[in-house]
Design a protein around this ligand. Structure first.
Ligand code: SAH
Ligand code: SF4
Length: 351
């Protein structure tokens, strides 16, 4: 694929209109082409049959349309579907479609691997390979929609492989395109961005795209423990993180989700619960307790159910909203923290 061509899948409506103007074409051409891409999932200009042959040819000479390719699919006993997508350079990412009664939520990756190396996360253990482009982020939704029998994705969570705020520009572009006014792929209120706590870019997001829902992987409530679990704490200590969260411009009624992976004997004591309560009261929040999912080679265990329940009750009794979020898809390694490129590695090795 010619990398010098403009990638149509990562242009906003406005940018597409400008692009058409550059080709001496009218603005409605932008909508026409975008309908093919974002509604019908077409990735080839030649298939855009309501455009003249000449025009299709002209487009193909100056633009391209990224498409990620499905290489494998696994379906969990609970209905969760894990897609393995291959990128143009042969690397691979995973996206997980989680259906429930009301929603069909896609968990989207933002990087191949992750730089942040959290001690409990398999993605982190695999190291970092590269950022995803905006089109590769967007296309996970388009392809999951196209490939699943129901043909729908109602919600998106940026909680797959990678740290979204480490790949800020591409993620912001993907958010803008996915929520664009003409062919909205998902509304901003149905998108959740989860971060390990990069305070500077939380502030930037607050200025540039505060409509998205924000989730923060807190996981520990003092710097010493958090540094051991999440090395990014050295750069952004809790005080700094909390300052950024307090300043985040929340729409009316909206709360910040605090994710808390529960690790037996590490962060599950009543003292930990009290520290969590204190932090959670600093800004409008709700708490998701995620019982740890086993990761090969990691020295952690999931706490007993009673411990998790007691922790939740303690937090809830303090007047906070707290849920236990059992991850879906653990039988196919699709649960939180279990996504990894080397499973995908089968791609280059095996296909
Ligand atoms: N990098 C972002 C988003 C991807 S991780 C972030 O860290 O927020 C998505 C969630 O999975 C995070 O809340 C993380 O704390 C959680 N997670 C990671 N490893 C896990 C594991 N082994 N068990 C349960 N949850 C895990
Ligand atoms: Fe990266 Fe998030 Fe995993 Fe930490 S938890 S290593 S930030 S993907």
């Amino acid at each position: 694929m010619d990398e010098t061509l403009i990638d149509f899948k990562q242009l906003t409506l406005q940018e597409t209109v400008e692009f058409m103007a550059g080709l001496d074409e009218k603005p409605f051409r932008a909508r026409q082409a975008r309908a093919w891409i974002f509604e019908r999932g077409v990735s080839d200009f030649s298939a855009m049959s309501d455009l003249s042959k000449d025009f299709r040819h002209k487009l193909a000479q100056s633009a391209r349309i990224t498409q990620i390719k499905e290489r494998a699919r696994q379906v969990s006993a609970d209905g969760t579907v894990k897609f393995l997508f291959e990128l143009d350079d042969g690397h691979a990412i995973e996206s997980v479609l989680i259906p429930d009664e009301k929603r069909r939520t896609l968990c989207v990756s933002t990087q191949v691997g992750c730089k942040l190396g959290c001690a409990f996360c398999l993605t982190g253990a695999g190291g970092f390979i590269r950022d995803l482009g905006a089109a590769e982020i967007i296309d996970q939704v388009i392809q999951a929609r196209r490939l699943s029998p129901e043909g729908r994705v109602t919600n998106v969570v940026l909680m797959g492989m990678g740290e979204p705020l480490e790949n800020y520009d591409n993620v912001l572009r993907a958010l803008r395109v996915m929520t664009d006014e003409d062919f909205t792929i998902v509304g901003a209120r149905r998108i959740t961005l989860s971060t390990a706590g990069m305070a500077n870019n939380i502030e930037r997001l607050g200025r540039e795209f505060p409509r998205v829902k924000l989730a923060v992987s807190l996981n520990a409530c003092d710097d010493e423990l958090r540094e051991r679990l999440m090395p990014i704490t050295r750069k952004y200590p809790l005080k700094r993180l909390i300052q950024a969260l307090r300043a985040f411009p929340l729409p009316r009624g909206r709360r910040i989700t605090l994710e808390y992976v529960m690790l037996a004997g590490v962060n599950d004591s009543m003292e930990d619960a009290r520290k969590l309560i204190k932090i959670a009261k600093e800004f409008p929040s709700k708490i998701n307790l995620i019982p740890y999912n086993a990761v090969p080679g990691a020295p952690f265990k999931r706490p007993a159910r009673e411990v998790v329940e007691k922790f939740r009750k303690t937090v809830a009794d303090a007047g906070l909203t707290a849920f236990i979020r059992d991850s879906r898809g653990a039988d196919i390694m699709a649960a939180c923290g279990q996504l990894h490129e080397s499973q995908a590695g089968g791609v280059s090795a095996g296909v």
